[in-house]
Design a protein around this ligand. Structure first.
Ligand SMILES: CCCC/C=C/CC(=O)SCCNC(=O)CCNC(=O)[C@H](O)C(C)(C)COP(=O)(O)OP(=O)(O)OC[C@H]1O[C@@H](n2cnc3c(N)ncnc32)[C@H](O)[C@@H]1OP(=O)(O)O
Length: 394
């Protein structure tokens, strides 16, 4: 049946076929995607329909079915056609795809269609001119590129040691959503400059009016929870290329990556008690399991900074490379991995992750709730004021 669908789907594509889903990569100013917040105009929709015909590469049956379903949903609304017979393979596959969109509003379907086409156009461009495949986030602090089957999310605030602003959390979430749907096989997070990441940007806590502190703590906890959820649920192999020192949340999150490669210049520091804060990124659950409770306590309670070799010994890092050959060796390895069959990789990841998912979401929810309390504590406020007034540094 798959073969029959394959042959015929190819035909749809050259004709009136148009197709699916949410998120993805676009060369345009936004990174991504779906949702009622951004409504594509009829004109954008018409342009996207024309763009589909110009794609240089066949995007594959799965994508074509999505395009078809979104097109139908955008133009006719929820599936209203009678269900085709079991033996009518092509019609049945199309009907299933359309019907799966349920009550998705027409405007959202139209937007998702436009985004999908945009992503497909960008990926087909990138094969000709990889440099043109730079995705724009809301700011230049995050650079997302796709090449050789690898989507790379690069923290790009070297002057601030890649500290994470609120906007960067949002952009990373969008980049992960896009990467989970695009044609890349693996996804990498790395940093620009000498640091991998110095953790949460402590100026995120600046200039909050006293009567808004509690509210801001709650909204930051929601952001944190959503952010970490994206890592828990990310379906493809996720690799951290730790090019230098890592602090705070950039360390704790490593437990949710599939593989962590580190330069021998990298260090791993979680100074939560020093900051009057508490662990996040599911580290309160993953680190004790990974390295044993007492080693985890040294990091998460006492803020012991690990060298790359120590982190390797604790299982937090997969492999350490000399800094002068780090980039070359790591990218050669990743390019080879990105040639492996994508479905097999996803399935292997799913098998390893799915038993833990529920637990991880519960841990994340609890850690985020507790952090909201810590952020309004005297201990935390004192530590942050000390940093912001340049009296303290790690
Ligand atoms: C909603 C989500 C919440 C998630 C919660 C997460 C918890 C965490 O991540 S806790 C960890 C927070 N991070 C820190 O406490 C690190 C603070 N930074 C430092 O201690 C030092 O800057 C550091 C040791 C990283 C580097 O020291 P140096 O090599 O001496 O460099 P500089 O201090 O001169 O840094 C250059 C420049 O960058 C600014 N910077 C660095 N890190 C941060 C940061 N995390 N937040 C804000 N700003 C940061 C630093 O202030 C310097 O700025 P300028 O003085 O303006 O040049």
């Amino acid at each position: 049946m798959a073969r029959v669908v394959g042959l015929l789907a190819h035909r749809w594509f050259s004709g009136a076929f148009r197709g699916p889903l949410q998120v993805i990569r676009c060369p345009a100013p936004q990174l991504h995607v779906s949702g009622p917040a951004m409504a594509a105009s009829q004109e954008d929709f018409a342009k996207a329909m024309n763009q589909v015909k110009l794609l240089k590469e066949d995007p594959g049956n799965e994508v074509k079915l999505k395009l078809y379903a979104l097109y139908k949903q955008a133009t006719e609304g929820p599936c209203n056609a009678p269900k085709p017979g079991m033996l009518d393979f092509i019609l049945k596959a199309k009907w299933d795809a359309w019907n799966a969109l349920g009550n998705l509003p027409k405007e959202t379907a139209r937007q998702n269609y436009v985004d999908l086409v945009s992503s497909l156009s960008a990926s087909s461009c990138s094969q000709v001119t990889p440099a043109a495949d730079k995705k724009q986030a809301e700011s230049d602090s995050l650079v997302v590129t796709s090449e050789d089957g690898i989507t790379t999310i690069r923290l790009n605030r070297p002057a601030k040691k890649n500290a994470l602003t609120t906007q960067m959390y949002r952009d990373i979430m969008r980049a992960l959503e896009a990467a989970s749907e695009d044609s890349s096989r693996i996804t990498v997070l790395t940093g620009s400059g000498d640091y991998y990441c110095s953790g949460n940007d402590l100026t995120n806590f600046k200039d909050i009016p006293p009567d808004k502190v509690e509210e801001r703590a709650q909204s930051s906890a929601v952001l944190l929870r959503d952010f970490v959820d994206r890592f828990i649920d990310f379906p493809k192999p996720l690799i951290a290329v730790v090019n230098g020192p890592a602090v705070g949340i950039s360390v704790t999150l490593l437990g949710l990556f599939d593989v962590v490669y580190a330069s021998d210049r990298a260090t791993f520091h979680t100074p939560f008690s020093h900051l009057g804060q508490s662990p996040e990124g599911c580290s309160s659950y993953i680190f004790p399991k990974m390295m044993g409770p007492s080693k985890a306590a040294e990091m998460l309670i006492f803020g012991k900074k690990l060298t790359a070799r120590e982190a390797l010994a604790q299982g937090l890092v997969t492999a350490v490379f000399p800094d002068d050959t780090f980039q070359k060796e790591v990218w050669a390895r990743l390019k080879a991995y990105a040639k492996l069959p994508p479905n097999a990789m996803r399935i292997a990841k799913r098998l390893m992750r799915h038993q833990e998912k529920e637990k991880l979401h519960a841990v994340n929810a609890e850690e985020s709730r507790v952090l909201a309390e810590r952020w309004v504590s005297d201990e935390c406020i004192t530590a942050i004021v000390a940093f912001l007034s340049k009296k303290a540094k790690l």
